[in-house]
Write a protein that binds this ligand. Structure first.
Ligand code: 5GP
Ligand code: MN
Length: 349
C-alpha cells in the first residue's frame, strides 16, 4: 500500500515523514520527472526540487518527456534538463540506474508519453508529488493533495517537512514562485489560499523576484503569437444556450503564424472572460502526433475534470483540465457539441 502524505499542516503522520526522510538520509541517485509538455508548475517544481536535492548531496537529474516553451528557459538550471525525446539513450540510462524517481505535477504514467514504458520498468522507489484528482498507485510514497494551488507549493511544503525551509535559496524561491504564479493565474484561481500567499511571502523574503518573473513569463510575446491569438479569437464560437465558448486552431493556422511551443498557452481562458460563459474549450490540431490537444476551463461547480475524463481521455482539476481526440477537428466538434445538451442544466445553473 502506498504511503500518503495527506496534509503536512494538519494531521502530519510521523510514519510518512519518516519514510521520506529515511529515503533521503543517504546519498541517492534521483531522477525527477515532469509531465509531457511541461508548464510553469512542472518545470518550476522539478527545478526547485533538483536544486534542493543537489544541495543535500544527492545526484539528481531532471528528465523532461519533451521540450518546453522558451518563456520558461530563463529559470536557473533549465540548461541541465535532459529531453527524453532528444537525449533518449542518456535519459533511459538515468531512469534505469536511479534509486529514487520523483514524479511531479502528474499522477498517472500515461502523462509522460513515450517515457511511460521506461518508468514502468524502473526499479527505483517512486515518490509522487501532485495536486491533480484521482491519483493512480504507482508511487510508494505519495504526497497527493488536490487542495494545493500547485505542485510548486507542495515542493515548498516538502522542503519544510524535511526541516530545510531555512535552506531555500533565491534560485529555488524563483522556481517555486514561478509555478505558483502560473498555476494560480497570478494568484486569482480558487485554489489560491491564505497558505499560498504565506508561502509566496516567504519566497519573497528569500529573494524571489515577483515582478521580474511575471515579466519574463507574460511580457515576452512575439508579434506572430499575438497574431495567432487574433486568429484564435476570430475562430471563437459562442454557444449561449450552453454558456459555452470554444476555439479551434488548425495546423495550417498554426503554421501561418509560425507557431512556437507555448504560443497557445492561456488562449482558452479568453472564453471565460465573456459575461455569462462558464465553460471554455480550445481544440488545437497537432499534425505531428495526429491528434487534437484539448484544453477545458470552467468557473463554478461544472467539473471539466469529469468531462475530460469521461469523453476525451483526459483529466486535471475541477476548473482546468486537458484531453485529446484522434478525430479531425470537424468530427471532434460535432461530437463535443452533441455532448452539451446532457450538461445544459449544470451549465445554466
Ligand atoms: P492544459 O489545458 O493547460 O494543458 O492543462 C490543464 C490541466 O489539466 C493541467 O493541470 C494539466 O496537468 C491537466 N491535463 C492536461 N492535459 C491532460 C491530459 O491529457 N490528461 C490528464 N489526465 N490531465 C491533463
Ligand atoms: Mn500544476
Amino acid at each position: 500500500m502506498p504511503l500518503v502524505l495527506s496534509c503536512i499542516f494538519a494531521a502530519m503522520n510521523f510514519e510518512h515523514q519518516t519514510a521520506l526522510k529515511t529515503l533521503l538520509s543517504t546519498t541517492k541517485k534521483i531522477a525527477i520527472i515532469p509531465h509531457k509538455n511541461p508548464d510553469g508548475d512542472a518545470i518550476g517544481s522539478t527545478l526547485a526540487l533538483w536544486h534542493y536535492l543537489i544541495s543535500k548531496g544527492h545526484k539528481a537529474q531532471i528528465i523532461s518527456p519533451n521540450d518546453f516553451p522558451k518563456f520558461l528557459k530563463w529559470m536557473p538550471g533549465t540548461d541541465k534538463i535532459l529531453n527524453f525525446e532528444k537525449q533518449n539513450t542518456e535519459s533511459k540510462k538515468w531512469i534505469n540506474e536511479a534509486d529514487v524517481i520523483f514524479t511531479l505535477d502528474f499522477n498517472h504514467l500515461g502523462r509522460v508519453g513515450q517515457m511511460s514504458e521506461s518508468l514502468e520498468n524502473a526499479k527505483a522507489t517512486f515518490v509522487m508529488v501532485d495536486h491533480h484528482q484521482e491519483p493512480s498507485d504507482y508511487a510508494k510514497i505519495m504526497y497527493s493533495d488536490v487542495r494545493m494551488s500547485s505542485t510548486c507549493e507542495m515542493v515548498y511544503n516538502l522542503i519544510t517537512l524535511l526541516g530545510d525551509d531555512e535552506e531555500i535559496t533565491t534560485e529555488m524561491a524563483n522556481c517555486i514562485y514561478t509555478g505558483i504564479m502560473t498555476d494560480t493565474g497570478s494568484f486569482k484561481f480558487s485554489a489560491t489560499t491564505s497558505n499560498t500567499h504565506r508561502t509566496v511571502a516567504k519566497l519573497m523574503d528569500k529573494g524571489a523576484e515577483g515582478t521580474e518573473i511575471h515579466h519574463r513569463i507574460y511580457d515576452t510575446n512575439s508579434p506572430s503569437r499575438l497574431h495567432l491569438l487574433g486568429c484564435a479569437l476570430k475562430n471563437m464560437v459562442i454557444l449561449e444556450d450552453f454558456s459555452t465558448a470554444y476555439i479551434t486552431l488548425s495546423q495550417a493556422e498554426l503554421d501561418t503564424y509560425n507557431y512556437q511551443k507555448g504560443d497557445t498557452e492561456g488562449f482558452v481562458n479568453y472564453g471565460l472572460t465573456l459575461d455569462g460563459i462558464k465553460f471554455a474549450v480550445i481544440f488545437i490540431e497537432n499534425a505531428d502526433e495526429g491528434i487534437l490537444k484539448i484544453s477545458f476551463r470552467s468557473v463554478g461547480d461544472f467539473s471539466v475534470n469529469d468531462f475530460a475524463r469521461k469523453h476525451f481521455n483526459g483529466g486535471g482539476h475541477t476548473n482546468a483540465a486537458g484531453g485529446k481526440s484522434d478525430d479531425p477537428i470537424k468530427d471532434t466538434i460535432s461530437y463535443f457539441t452533441s455532448l452539451l445538451p446532457e450538461y445544459k442544466k449544470q451549465l445554466q445553473s
